[in-house]
Design a protein around this ligand. Structure first.
Ligand SMILES: [Zn+2]
Length: 328
């Protein structure tokens, strides 16, 4: 299965912090969980399996850019999307651009899975496509008000249900861990995401974990996660991450990151999690939702168990699983 992570990496590299889910390869299934609902339409084993595979193995990297187009920008009003604004696009995408029902279907995957009380930060919905696979979904902050968020969905990727469920929960994990109650909204950063000097300046002024889009609060999930799991590896990771900005050849970065994953494989739920601490917590959260409660003591199991320390997150997991089990 082809994956193109270059788009993702470029976005991360420029610090724009659009956080994307990629369609990952399939590999060994893990054990199923007990979903509280006895009649469940999804297999959590298959959802987890959809995320596994060596995405960052240099042999898996697809070098060329996917052809990415935004089709429509919607406002969100409660459960509904409305007032679409249409982007000019190539002729071959006109049918998709007119397909309101398909665009609604993407939105409904998100609203069916995430309960209304858990997604109040999402006030816009963008429809894009880069063709089948590649990027499935993303979230970003609203420039005019960084306490509000945008969900973005690729309407070409609604068919593969397992990968889509995994990706939607992964994207939701970004909303959960980066929203205004967790990370102080920073309009400077959101409006100037390419400015590396600004990133450094803001990071230096932040005494807690600097999440890229702002300074995390001391009681935030991501600050606690970083303090517990990243302090030992942060310097090594930062040297590798810098290659994404400084190397003429991105392969140098990919190879170093994959080697980092191989060295620390017991610490990460999959190789995608090594791309950034914000991706690590999002990926670990998704394994927490769809995977079994860990019984071992490896660091990657501790990362999943981390979320069980928060009663509100156990309740959130139950809501998401109940919703997932009720999907058509
Ligand atoms: Zn992500």
């Amino acid at each position: 299965m082809k994956k193109n992570i270059l788009f993702l990496l470029v976005l991360l590299a420029v610090g724009s912090f659009i956080l994307v889910g990629v369609y990952l390869g399939r590999n060994t299934p893990t054990q199923a969980i007990d979903v509280t609902n006895a009649v469940c339409s999804i297999s959590t084993t298959a959802v987890i399996a959809s995320a596994q595979g060596d995405v960052y193995a240099p042999s898996e990297i697809v070098a060329e850019d996917p052809d990415l187009h935004y089709l429509a920008y919607y406002s969100v009003d409660g459960e509904q999307i409305e007032d679409p604004v249409y982007e000019s696009i190539p002729d071959h995408l006109l049918d998709e651009q007119k397909d309101a029902s398909l665009q609604n279907a993407g939105w409904e995957v998100f609203t069916d899975l995430i309960s209304p009380e858990d997604r109040q930060m999402v006030t816009r919905y963008n429809v894009f496509t880069d063709g089948y696979s590649n990027t499935l979904a993303a979230v970003d902050q609203v420039k005019e008000d960084p306490s509000l968020w945008i969900l973005e969905m690729d309407i070409a990727d609604l068919e593969d249900r397992d990968a889509l469920l995994f990706t939607v929960v992964h994207e939701y994990a970004h909303l959960l861990t980066l929203n205004a109650s967790q990370v102080e909204p920073d309009a400077d950063l959101v409006n100037d995401p390419f400015n590396q000097d600004l990133q450094k300046e803001k990071a230096a002024a932040c005494s807690t974990y600097f999440a890229g889009n702002g300074c995390s609060y001391s009681d935030s999930y991501i600050h606690a996660f970083y303090q517990r799991f990243w302090l030992d590896i942060a310097d090594e990771w930062a040297r590798i991450d810098a290659l994404a900005y400084t190397s003429e050849d991105l392969d140098v970065y990919y190879e170093a990151l994959y080697s980092f994953y191989k060295t620390h494989q017991d610490q990460f739920v999959d190789d995608y999690a090594t791309t950034h601490p914000a991706e690590d917590i999002a990926e670990s959260f998704t394994y927490f939702v769809f995977g079994p409660k860990p019984t071992g003591m490896s660091i990657k199991e501790q990362k999943i168990a981390f979320f069980y320390e928060y009663p509100e997150l156990i309740a959130l997991r139950e809501r998401i699983l109940q919703n997932a089990c009720s999907l058509e």
